[in-house]
Design a protein. Structure first.
Length: 159
C-alpha cells in the first residue's frame, strides 16, 4: 500500500528548521514525494503558508501542483466534518482555515482510494477528550495523523 501524506501548514513551516543549503537531500526527497503525488495539501494550506515572505512561501509557490482544490466528494466530506466537529473551525480566524479542509480531504481520499493509505501530517498533538485539534478529529474519524518526523521515518529518509 502506498502512503500519501496530506501536510498541514505547521509541518511545512517546521521545514524551515532544515535550510535547503544544509539539508539538500531532505528537500530532494520532499520534492520527490510532491512529484509522485504523494505529498499534497488543500489550497487553504497554500493560502496560510503564503502569508509571509520567506523560503517556505517561495517553495510553496514553486510547487503549486501539490495544492489541490476540493472536488464534490471532498466538499461533501468537509460539510460532514464541520457538522460533526464544529470546534475544528475557528470562527475568529480571518482568511484561510485549513484544518477542517485538510481533515475532509483526507477523509474523502481515504473513502475513494482503498489502494493507498492517506494520513495527515501535522505538528499538532492529541489533546484530551472533546478537543477539536486535527489529531483528535482524525482519530474520531478513523484517520491517521502523524508528525513530520514520523513521515521521514516511514519514508526511510536517511541523511
Amino acid at each position: 500500500m502506498v502512503n500519501v501524506y496530506l501536510i498541514d501548514n505547521d509541518s511545512l513551516i517546521k521545514l524551515k528548521q532544515y535550510p535547503r543549503e544544509v539539508f539538500v537531500s531532505l528537500w530532494e526527497k520532499i520534492e520527490a514525494l510532491v512529484d509522485d503525488g504523494r505529498l499534497i495539501a488543500p489550497h487553504e494550506v497554500f493560502r496560510e503558508v503564503t502569508k509571509g515572505d520567506d523560503d517556505i512561501e517561495k517553495w510553496a509557490k514553486e510547487h503549486q501542483e501539490m495544492f489541490v482544490d476540493l472536488d464534490a466528494a471532498q466538499t461533501k466530506a468537509l460539510k460532514e466534518v464541520l457538522k460533526d466537529f464544529p470546534g475544528i473551525h475557528d470562527p475568529e480566524k480571518t482568511g484561510a482555515d485549513a484544518d477542517p479542509v485538510l481533515v475532509a480531504l483526507c477523509l474523502a481520499k481515504t473513502r475513494a482510494d482503498a489502494a493507498s493509505h492517506y494520513c495527515v501530517v501535522t505538528e499538532e498533538r492529541l489533546k484530551g477528550p472533546g478537543s477539536m485539534r486535527i489529531p483528535n478529529v482524525c482519530q474520531a474519524l478513523g484517520l491517521e495523523a502523524i508528525q513530520l518526523l514520523e513521515m521521514f521515518k516511514r519514508e526511510r529518509f536517511r541523511f
